[in-house]
Write a protein that binds this ligand. Structure first.
Ligand code: IMP
Ligand code: MG
Length: 295
């Protein structure tokens, strides 16, 4: 399980404000980077002295790519173009990009952040779990489930609608014959008590099956507890829970969760399937909203 804390962004000393801006963009989208990671000798004297070297501004480990930002000065652009060309000749295995300001967005789009992120950017307070972190962790959960259920055909029961992204990704990381089914619950207050009911039931019979309930987030645990009792009464061979997020601070039941993606602090989150008033489900990361967006 991974603990999600406040991220403290490293702030190296940037040579230009545009580099600091680019670093902020990368941070916002959760793309890992290193500043001036490596110098490449371009011209070396016979005695080994480096006469000319090139140090690209950024290295993006997830893309295995170096990035050089260009300034607006045409004289420098020409010089940088020459250096990048020379670097490619001398180091053919190294990927290097020369980025103009207008290329920023193109790079980010290529990395998979799409238009949803851009539409909602103004409402987002902080990216709590990046797309890359989600991908890595979901893959780990899939591997673990594949190992634990070897030789069996588990039935994944997704709880609508928040689980959409998680279930879609998780099942593709499980190397077994899985089947999937969905349930929808609603909860309302009756005489001061929280009452949970089934709005959409399973299509599948679960008696004798190995069932894994897949949840987006377990908060108070009320809906999960209800679901566990309900499904247990149908006689499955086994019944476990896999939750992407665990907000333990607000738990009022002790529903057992076997697989947890991330433990998160006591903040409301959206994205990767989770909504606020049906919005923000299509964000590729888990984020908190600014107070003015939570009206
Ligand atoms: P519980 O019964 O209190 O555990 O409620 C869990 C359900 O409430 C989850 O399956 C979500 O659908 C919803 N929920 C709880 N916390 C959040 C949140 O921070 N963002 C979006 N939905 C949430
Ligand atoms: Mg839910």
């Amino acid at each position: 399980m991974q603990q999600v804390d406040e991220r403290v962004a490293e702030r190296p000393r940037f040579a230009h404000e545009s580099e600091a801006e680019f670093a902020r963009l990368l941070n916002f989208y959760g793309i890992r980077w290193e500043y001036e990671r490596r110098s490449f000798p371009l011209r070396v004297a016979p005695d080994g002295t480096v006469l000319e070297a090139f140090t690209p501004d950024f290295y993006l480990p997830d893309l295995d790519t170096y990035v050089e930002l260009t300034t607006l000065r045409q004289s420098l652009v020409t010089q940088k173009n020459r250096k990048v060309r020379r670097l490619r000749e001398l180091y053919p295995g190294i990927k290097v990009l020369l980025l103009y300001r207008r290329d920023y967005q193109a790079l980010l789009a290529k990395y998979g952040y799409g238009s949803a992120g851009l539409e909602s950017i103004g409402d987002i307070d902080r990216v709590l779990i990046t797309a890359a972190d989600l991908e890595r962790r979901v893959e780990e959960l899939g591997l673990q489930i594949s190992k634990d259920y070897r030789g069996r055909d588990p039935l994944l029961v997704g709880v609508l609608k928040g689980v959409s992204c998680f279930l879609a990704d998780l099942m593709r990381c499980i190397s077994l014959h899985v089947t999937i089914d969905y349930m929808a619950l609603s909860s309302y207050r009756r005489n001061g008590d929280e009452v949970v009911q089934i709005v959409k039931d399973l299509d599948e019979e679960i008696a004798g099956r190995d069932v894994i309930i897949v949840e987006d987030i377990v908060d108070t645990g009320m809906s999960l507890l209800y679901l566990l009792n309900e499904l247990r009464s149908r006689g499955p061979a086994s019944l476990e829970v896999c939750a992407l997020l665990d907000r333990r601070a607000r738990r009022i039941t002790d529903a057992p969760i076997k697989y947890v993606g991330f433990e998160i602090p006591d903040v409301f989150v959206v994205g990767y399937g989770l909504d606020y008033r049906q919005r923000y489900r299509n964000l590729p990361f888990i984020a908190t909203l600014k107070p003015q967006a939570l009206q």
